[in-house]
Design a protein around this ligand. Sequence first.
Ligand SMILES: Cc1ncc(COP(=O)(O)O)c(C=O)c1O
Length: 380
Amino acid sequence: MQIAPFGTEHFFARYEFTTPYQLCNSDCETLTVHDLLTLAGVSPDELGKLSLGYTESLGHPQLRRMIAEMYDQVTSDDVVVLGTPVEGIYLAARAALDPGDEVIVLSPAYDALLNLFEHIVGAANVRRWEFTATDTQWCLDIERLRKLITPRTRMLVVNFPHNPTGYLPSREQLTELAAIADENNLTLFCDEMYFGLVHSGTPSIPSVAGLARRTVVLSGLSKTYGLPGLRTGWLVVPDSELRQSIVNWKFYTSICPPAPSEFLAMVALTVRDQLRARSVARIEQNLQLADAFFHRWPELFKWRRPMAGSVALVGMNVPSVTAYASQLAQEAGVLILPAATLGTDDRYMRMGFGRAAFGEALEQFEAFLSEHPISAAPLT
Ligand SMILES: Cc1ncc(COP(=O)(O)O)c(C=O)c1O
């Protein structure tokens, strides 16, 4: 059976490990096992003593407890530790939906949030709730969402902080979304992989977990905590029937989490505030570089500063960002992501601000732009 190509992952598989200057990563700067253990005051001998047997299928009880403590209204029973974060999207879609059900997905979106749902319910049954935009920011149109709901709609899929726009709703908007889900008997699926990456000046909001009658929250250590190599993710599913169905599907995909990842995840959660603060500080520094860069190139880019998260969706005044990105990677060794992989038209790129080498990569990009001018009319 075919599924749509996972454009973003194909792009990174091709370029991530061969292109020296990266401007589009969504993860934050990582650290070594040694540095993580040192930060948490744990001896490497402890890791050495770890048994490499099978682990508990829902996750180590202590890890589930530590995850539950990150939320207001969640107990460890609600938590399912995954084999990888992205697996949680597949499991939730499989367990909660049947072919022919309708799903509404906030768009553009990380490929899996569109393609997996289209795969399971049928492409015609996934309705895109598109962001709108002003000159300076992205906006949610909640009235537009209400118009997309039909008697067959079963799920609303959102992602906050949002990849790729960097949007974060207000607390009032979040409450309204939960109320809309309840009024229409929808499962509210919120991808919170970037949870806690809130920039100064943006009011933070709580998790969606437990805000509506039926919520499923996806989160993990890849982005906010800079640990994508652990592949640690989890679902928070307060509804026990849905949770059991998700666990049944998980037995077919990963059975139980990898033991070394669970060990290191528990270590990481003891220092989660430090890891998160380090990521936020780096993003804020890099955003200042980006502000200055876009100020110097007003005709070439449309900059809408992100409110949260580690990425931004940037308009670029070239006929095809896909073609330009491949030229840039090959000729300058600089990587930008064509946001067409995330469902935008081909005049947007995604930028990522979580990496330590962002400034150096931006300098390389600017040098290439100066040497290879693009004649552009102002973007609207
Ligand atoms: C919104 C969103 N959800 C889920 C994932 C999957 O996370 P991971 O790659 O750690 O499995 C990503 C990764 O980019 C993402 O951006």
